[in-house]
Structures are given as C-alpha cells and as structure tokens.
Design a protein around this ligand. Structure first.
Ligand code: AN7
Length: 370
C-alpha cells in the first residue's frame, strides 16, 4: 500500500519526460549556424526564452492587436548578448584564441566574461567609467574579466578595442564580429517556431544596431526556406538623447537613463539602414519618461522586470499606437533583465515602501492600513 502510494507520487511529480532540457541555441539550430562537428560548443544553455503575451499592452492599443514580449532578459547572464557570445566564443576557441576583448555599455562585457571563462579564456572589457549599471559591473567582476574603465564613452572605448585587436593577438567580440550576429539571429527563429509565422511588426531597441540586423537575417533565412510566409516590419527604437539612427547623424555626447543604449556612433549603422529600407520599417526615438512609463507598466501590470533600454521597445510601440494596423501580431524584444540596473528600479517605481517600522504586530498592521 505504502509502496504503491510512493510509486504514484513519484510518477505524478517526476517531470514530464517530453520536456527535455533546452540544449542551448547552437545545438538547437546547428544547421543554420556556421559550426561543424569540430567546433567546441561553449554554452550556458542560452536561448529558448519565453514569448509572453502582454495583455495590458493589447488593451492600451486595442484594434484586436496581439502583443508579445520576447523575454531575452532570461538568458544565463540576463541579456540577449548570450546568444551572440556562445557563437563568438565557440568560434574563437575553435580558432585557438586565448583571450577576447570588447567595449561595452555593460551587457556585452557580462556575457563576454562569462563565456570566456566557460571556454577557459581571458577576457578584457573596456567600459565607460561611471555609466555601466551596477548589476552588469558586478557580473563582469564575478566572472573574472579584467575590467578597464575609461574616462570616455562607449564609442571611444569601441575605437580603442578595435585598434587593440588589430595590433595584439586578441579576438574582438563586439558585434562587428560576424559570429555574434549569427548567434543572435536565432531569436527570430524561436519567434517563428513558436508563433508559426513571423509577426507583422518587430519592435526592438537599438544601440549599435547589431541585434536588429541579426533578427532581420534570421527572419529572412526562415522566409527563404519557406518556414514563414511574411517578413516583419522592423521597428527600431532609440532614446531621444542618444538617437543617431533616428536623426541620421552621430551624436557626440549621447545621454539617456537607458545606459545600455547610450551609444552615439553605432557600428552597424549601414546595416541598420538597409534593414529599415528592406523591411519598410521605421526608426523612432522615445524620451526617458516614455521609457520609464513602459518600464513600470511591464513591472506592475505584467510581472516582467526588464532594464530601461529594453522597455524602449514597448514605449515605442505605445508611441506608434495610431499607426498599427488592425489585427496585427507584434513582438517587442525585451533585451535585458531588470536586475541589471537596481538603481534605476529603486528610483523609478510607484510602490508603497515604508521603512523604520517597529517590529511589532500592531504597528505593522497599522502600517498596512488595518
Ligand atoms: C539591454 O553591452 O552595446 O543595437 O555593450 O544591452 O545590438 O547594440 C548593449 C546593447 C539593447 C542594443 N538592449 O543592442 C553593450 C551594448 C540592451 C543592451 C541593446 C543593448 P544593439
């Protein structure tokens, strides 16, 4: 009797065998990627992130529109950069490289550091001193990167690492490294694999514009293979104080609360403009206020904590509300996790927070309004 109960319990509570572990994106999409049987796969099982319907945004927009979030902040280091980094680091390993370098507003450095260590390599990261969110800096340090903070912005840091990688035996893993975009394109595959079709719009934040270019490559590959019947309009968003792709010229001193996309001279600008033209998309800027409103909405209406740069995709969609065709399916890419930037969260929320309360039941109840 007891044995039978235990047996029933174990059968009931054991994970359904059809849910195997997600293997990481290189194994999942091997035939679409420039890898072969001798490529060492350096992975933290990135990719396979959720596509969540955003019902509160559907309601704001109306028109029978369905909006989803591609929640890439749930990758192993908390951002979409892991998709590119598993490829870049695996290929660097295959080529016998022993050290990698990048410039970063934070997320690339966290991913580079983690994957480099997983692949037993050194990593050097150049960051703009004082403009990298705390969580990202903490990650680079914990993953054992050699962190060099420069008295200059991201654009200057990128210039320096590009020159260093030409002069010294060290592999550059910024998005000028083509393997980065190869890895990142798999997010587009996942969206089509899940929805069964490409969305009508893809809303995405832009910094260096590597990710928008990668998604477009992914959507096109599936389209050409007959796995989708349409291509999305690519809607790119930048912060108003840092919007070189919207205004069509370099921004010398970019400024925004969304430090991840505080980039004035995007290296992939030509690619991005082609994406916009080919997809009949549009680039738009959103203010820091609009970003924070979307950031709060995602948190307190949807239970999704993303970083401010990521919220720009949702802020942008809300801004373009009147241009959305009826019955559209829209995917907003949430590129990074909210935990990356705790300072921003603590300064920008509508929560009730009372401190200094006596540790007494009645006092607590009183403060709860009873
Ligand atoms: C959360 O980490 O450039 O347009 O150095 O961290 O592909 O550059 C980060 C960029 C969007 C923009 N959202 O992507 C870096 C870095 C988040 C980001 C972007 C970034 P791209």
């Amino acid at each position: 009797m007891v044995k039978k109960i235990i047996k029933n319990l174990t059968t009931t509570f054991r994970v359904n065998k059809s849910y195997k572990q997600w293997p990481g994106l290189i194994k999942a999409y091997k035939k679409w990627l420039p890898v072969n049987d001798s490529t060492p796969i350096i992975t933290l099982q990135e990719g396979g992130t959720p596509l969540l319907e955003l019902k509160s945004i559907n309601e704001i927009i109306g028109k029978n529109v369905k909006v989803y979030a591609k929640y890439d902040g749930l990758n192993p280091t908390g951002s979409f950069k892991d998709r590119g980094m598993t490829m870049a680091i695996s290929k660097a390993k295959e080529e016998g490289c022993e050290a990698v370098i990048c410039a970063s507003t934070g997320n690339t450095s966290a991913a580079a550091a983690a994957y480099a260590k997983k692949g037993h390599m050194r990593s050097y990261v150049l960051i703009p001193d004082g403009y990298v969110a705390q969580g990202k800096l903490a990650q680079a340090l914990v993953y054992g990167a050699e962190v060099l903070a420069i008295k200059g912005n991201f654009d200057k840091a990128l210039e320096i690492v590009q020159a260093l990688s030409e002069k010294y035996p060290i592999t550059l893993v910024n998005s000028v490294n083509p393997y980065r975009l190869e890895g990142q394109k798999t997010a587009a595959f996942e969206i089509i694999d899940y929805l069964g079709e490409a969305p009508d719009w893809l809303c995405i934040p832009m910094g260096n514009a590597g990710n928008i270019s990668a998604y477009w490559m992914g959507f096109n590959q599936y389209f050409k293979a007959g796995l989708s019947k349409k291509l999305p309009k690519m809607m790119g968003f930048q912060a108003e104080g840092s919007a070189p792709l919207v205004i069509g010229k370099t921004v010398k001193n970019p400024d925004t609360i969304a430090t991840a996309i505080r980039i004035g001279n995007p290296v992939n600008k030509e690619k991005a403009n082609i994406v916009k033209e080919e997809s009949k998309g549009k680039f738009t800027s959103v203010t820091d206020n609009e970003i924070i409103n979307a950031y709060k909405l995602l948190g307190n209406k949807e239970g999704i904590f993303c970083e401010p740069a990521s919220a720009s995709s949702v802020a942008g969609l809300i801004k373009l509300k009147n241009e959305i065709p009826n019955n559209s399916v829209i995917v907003c890419v949430l590129t990074g996790n909210g935990l990356k930037d705790p300072d921003c969260a603590i300064k920008n929320n509508d929560a009730v927070f009372k401190s200094g309360i006596d540790p007494d039941l009645n006092k607590v109840a009183e403060n709860m309004g009873f």
